[in-house]
Structures are given as C-alpha cells and as structure tokens.
Ligand binder design. Structure first.
Ligand code: DQA
Length: 163
C-alpha cells in the first residue's frame, strides 16, 4: 500500500509549539514512528509538510493512481479550506483525517472540520498517537472487510491467524 502523508501548516513546530495542547513530540519523531509502523504493516509512505494551501491541494489532486490512501492532518486548514476539501473529494483516494488535539473539545472555531465529511474517518485527541492510530485505521480500511469479532484481523494484520 502506498500512502501519502500530509502535515499542514505550523506542524513543523511540534515539540515546542503549545506543548500543553500538542505535546512534546516533534514532527521528525512522528515521521520516524510512522515509517517504522508502515514498514511493520507493509506500507510505503511519501511524507510532506506544507504551510501552503495550494501546495497541499496540488499534492492531493495528483494523488489518484499514485497512492492507495491519504493520511492528513490539515491543521488550521481543517476549519477553512474548501480547496483542500474539494481536492480530497475529487481525487477519490480514501483519506483519514488526524489531529493531535481533541478538536471537538476546543474553541468553537476548531470544532468544525470542512475536510472530515469527505474523509473516510477522523481520529483526534491522542497526541502523536493519533497519527499511528490513523495509519492503522487507513490500512485496515484499505485491506477490506475484517472479522475481528470472530477472532480474525485485517488482511495485513500481524494478528491474523495462519490458515
Ligand atoms: C490540529 C488542530 C487545528 O485546530 C490546529 O490549527 C492545528 C493542529 C491538531 O492536530 O490538533 O494546527 O490540526
């Protein structure tokens, strides 16, 4: 599975940016964690950080045929960007939205995501862990139906029983 990972504006300051809200893990550490998890789960990642709405829109717009899924933290653009929303919808590549903070419990202007309705799901509030949960969720979704209730896992899951 080829996954496009996008970090939106100001996420390059993680580690020192408002640590009470976003934690002390920096973006390089998050990317290292994502790469190691991806390796474990058999995925390859193409990771980008951008402060520019147009650049993010273009990355998403050209993702069709190149990527199987998108993991995105649109950061402040979550609450403002119709362009990014339209790109996610148009590219038809399944996307999962992640946030370090629990946006539903924050200021009113952060509680609404323009992007979430065109994503397959959203994970928020687990700090850096949101990215790892998000990647697992995206890969689970791409692997297709799972029957965890019957003791199985996703197709790619290391927990799947040998048949
Ligand atoms: C964020 C939440 C956004 O409201 C904010 O603008 C960010 C980070 C998060 O990961 O919690 O930059 O996306």
């Amino acid at each position: 599975m080829r996954i496009l990972v996008i970090h939106g504006p100001n996420l390059q300051w993680l580690g020192t940016r408002n640590p009470a809200v976003y934690g002390t893990t920096d973006l390089k550490a998050i990317d290292r964690g994502l790469r190691s998890l991806a390796k474990e789960l058999g995925a390859t990642l193409d990771i980008h950080q951008s402060d520019h709405e147009g650049e993010i829109t273009s990355l998403i717009g050209s993702s069709r045929g190149k990527f199987d899924g998108i993991l995105i933290n649109p950061a402040a653009y979550t609450h403002t960007s119709v362009a990014i929303r339209d790109a996610v919808e148009a590219c038809e590549v399944p996307a999962v939205e992640v946030h370090l903070s629990h946006i539903a419990a924050r200021e009113e202007f952060r509680q609404h995501s323009l992007i979430a309705p065109v994503c397959r799901g959203q994970i928020a509030g687990f700090g850096a862990g949101s990215y790892f949960l998000g990647l697992e969720a995206l890969l689970m979704l791409l692997a297709g139906p799972t029957d965890r209730a019957a003791g199985g896992g996703t197709k790619k899951s290391p927990r799947k029983r040998a048949s």
